[in-house]
Design a protein around this ligand. Structure first.
Ligand code: SF4
Length: 371
């Protein structure tokens, strides 16, 4: 076993013993780093003489997670929850998500946001950081220690961000009052894989399955960090809709490796990346009146929505959440008059448009499974 693992367990054991009264929250994405972190933490927990009464394992479900990863993670979390109950470990498993108004397609199709880029990265805060922050506030951020799988070795950007925040296992980050603990801060990739394969608990995690899914990728989209800091690395896993990276290498590699079910998602994502810069699909002004390409026109939003219905139909997955379509219509209604004033549309009857669109979705829906 790598030389880094035992000291990391020992250090984490001391940390747990020092703060048994805190709420320990472990951020889990299913990736190798958060898996290694969880395993190191649980190994330390088993050895600790003073144990916390509560540990939380949280997964942030943006609603547009890579479907292969999302299904692996949700299955694994179910098994971890059962394993913890059987072993009487006080571990709660919580899946967090953004409210309907903050979901990816509520913003893109509803408000007309262009899909995110480095300079307009509206998604991380809305989809990941806010749900996690809200969750921590529910039991007092000051009493919480968040355990993250960040490593210096991960990327130059991550290294700089860690250095900026004290370059230590203990950090304060992202304006949150919660303390952050980084048990695998100085792990290399091979230390991470060693921890994933060699540490036994939780047994519900299938190291071979992670290796199969994650072999070619690195980096995970942050859940606790300034949203203005550098984005996920080019080989990251995260949302299948992500246009922050120019090309989605990880999804492409997964398709090449046989996950053909990702192909329609990848094609739709590539189309989104293409149309986001098409000025004909955007308002000529921004909402603040500045004469630069603004939100997607309602016609473009409808076009994206139709593409989304088609994707739901071809993949048999439900991408829009309960209430999301109604929320989108409500947002469109607010924008009809603006478009009319901009000379982009005659007065139309939103009700008939809504009926037509709703019937498109109803007609197109097969038996759906959640994405
Ligand atoms: S993976 Fe991409 S789209 Fe998703 S939150 Fe991170 S930066 Fe935004």
């Amino acid at each position: 076993m790598s030389e880094q693992i035992l000291p990391a367990i020992q250090r984490t054991k001391s940390a747990i013993e020092e703060y048994p009264d805190k709420n320990w929250v472990i951020a889990y994405s299913g990736g190798k780093d958060s898996t290694a972190t969880l395993k190191v933490f649980l190994a330390a927990f088993q050895k600790a003489e003073r144990k916390p009464l509560r540990i939380s394992l949280i997964y942030c479900d943006t609603g547009v997670e890579n479907p292969v990863i999302d299904s692996y993670v949700k299955r694994t979390l179910k098994n971890i929850r059962r394993e913890a109950e059987d072993a009487k470990v006080p571990l709660s498993v919580d899946i967090l998500s953004a409210p309907v108004q903050d979901r990816f397609f509520a913003k893109v199709v509803g408000r007309g946001y262009p899909t995110p880029t480095n300079s307009f990265r509206w998604c991380t805060k809305a989809l990941r950081i806010n749900p996690v922050t809200k969750y921590m506030r529910s039991f007092g951020s000051d009493d919480t220690i968040v355990v993250l799988g960040s490593r210096r070795d991960e990327s130059q950007q991550r290294k700089r961000s860690i250095q900026k925040n004290g370059d230590d296992y203990w950090q304060k980050q992202g304006g949150s009052s919660a303390t952050i603990y980084l048990p695998i801060l100085d792990f290399s990739i091979s230390d991470v894989w060693d921890a994933v394969f060699c540490l036994g608990t939780p047994t519900s995690i299938d190291a071979r399955e992670i290796e199969g899914i994650y072999r070619d990728a690195s980096g995970e989209c942050p859940v606790l960090k300034s949203p203005n800091s550098p984005p996920c690395g080019s080989g990251r896993f995260g949302c299948w809709t992500c246009t922050v990276v120019r090309k989605d290498h990880s999804a492409t590699k997964m398709v090449d490796a046989g996950y053909s079910e990702l192909q329609p998602f990848l094609e739709f994502r590539n189309w989104l990346a293409e149309v986001r810069n098409d000025e004909k699909r955007r308002w000529p002004v921004r909402r603040n009146g500045v004469e630069r390409p603004g939100p997607f026109s309602i016609a473009a939003r409808e076009e994206i929505l139709m593409g989304l219905f088609h994707l739901e139909r071809t993949t048999g997955t439900e991408i829009l959440a309960d209430g999301e379509l109604e929320h989108i219509f409500m947002l469109w209604e607010r924008d009809y008059d603006i478009e009319h004033e901009l000379g982009l549309r005659p007065k139309t009857c939103p009700i008939s448009q809504r009926r037509r669109i709703q019937s498109q979705r109803t007609k197109s829906m097969p038996i759906l499974i959640s994405a």
